[in-house]
Ligand binder design. Structure first.
Ligand SMILES: NC(=O)c1ccc[n+]([C@@H]2O[C@H](COP(=O)([O-])OP(=O)(O)OC[C@H]3O[C@@H](n4cnc5c(N)ncnc54)[C@H](O)[C@@H]3O)[C@@H](O)[C@H]2O)c1
Length: 252
């Protein structure tokens, strides 16, 4: 019971790493706010949780919806101990001259602006409580580039630097801020990084992603959840501004 009684907001909790994190945190005693753009998916996550949990439909890139998500958390559970900024969007291989401005902005808004927005509304409650933990899911692509993933790599690089900027700013308030860099992970998102029909997507996942992992396997959502659990628990009480690569060695 590493998170007994803690209130945790997890964004993108309806799928992949977000769902695995919500389930593990609940097992460890946390009260879960499962937030997702996809309400049905978040509801399915909550259905799988035995402890206390609520669903919030929110677009993490929208100021008013993030504010409402935070207020709903306070109304339901009275405080915010943990914020996991996990929601994100991928991009498939696109030469820079073909990247549309709207695509660039969507990736930046969901993958980076969301961290600013959630912090803007959650940090005042953490300051009031005198402690808090934020974990941002970045990507190994934020430190090791891949061709054609220009906007995605830039967004995750920014997420990593924003993590450090918030860590130094919020340390005096005993609010820790860390990031996780997943490597290629077996979730619904992975196939969206590549183009083509089912056969080509499967081949690319093998050739491009699986073969790039020195430990020889794709990362599982539960591997990310375990790292998030460590960072959000008191085991990591002196860890802040850190970036944990959970990537099977891809970043070496
Ligand atoms: N899968 C990978 O290979 C991989 C690798 C490195 C980093 N990541 C990062 O890990 C995180 C989780 O990815 P995943 O693989 O579990 O993806 P996923 O696609 O399985 O789940 C992402 C969830 O985020 C939600 N979401 C998307 N946009 C949203 C928005 N605007 N507001 C609220 N919710 C939104 C989706 O509805 C979905 O439920 C993302 O930030 C992703 O960029 C993934």
């Amino acid at each position: 019971m590493l998170l007994k009684g803690k209130v945790a907001i997890i964004t993108g909790a309806g799928s992949g790493m977000g769902r695995a994190t919500a389930l593990l945190f609940a097992e460890q005693g946390a009260k879960i706010v499962a937030a997702d753009l996809n309400l049905q998916a978040a509801e399915e996550t909550v259905r799988q949780i035995r402890g206390e949990a609520i669903t919030v439909q929110a677009d993490v890139a929208d100021d008013a919806q993030v504010k409402a998500m935070t207020e709903q958390t306070i109304r339901s559970f009275g405080c915010i101990d943990i914020l996991v900024n996990n929601a994100g969007v991928p991009m498939s291989f696109t030469p820079i001259e073909q990247v549309k401005e709207e695509q660039w902005e969507q990736i930046m808004n969901v993958n980076v602006k969301s961290i600013y927005l959630t912090a803007k509304y959650a940090v005042p409650y953490m300051k009031e409580k005198g402690e808090g933990v934020i974990v941002n899911t970045a990507s190994i692509a934020g430190i090791r580039a891949r061709p054609g993933l220009n906007a995605y790599c830039a967004s995750k690089g920014a997420a990593i630097m924003l993590t450090k900027a918030l860590a130094i700013e919020l340390a005096p308030y005993k609010i820790r801020v860390n990031a996780i860099n997943p490597g290629p992970a077996e979730t619904p998102m992975l196939s969206k990084f590549v183009n083509g029909d089912k056969e080509k997507v499967e081949k690319d996942i093998r050739d491009v992603f699986l073969n790039s992992v020195p430990l020889g396997a794709l990362i599982q959502p539960e591997d990310i959840a375990q790292a998030a659990l460590y960072l959000c628990s008191d085991m990591a009480k002196m860890v802040t501004g850190e970036v944990v690569n959970v990537d099977g060695g891809r970043g070496i």
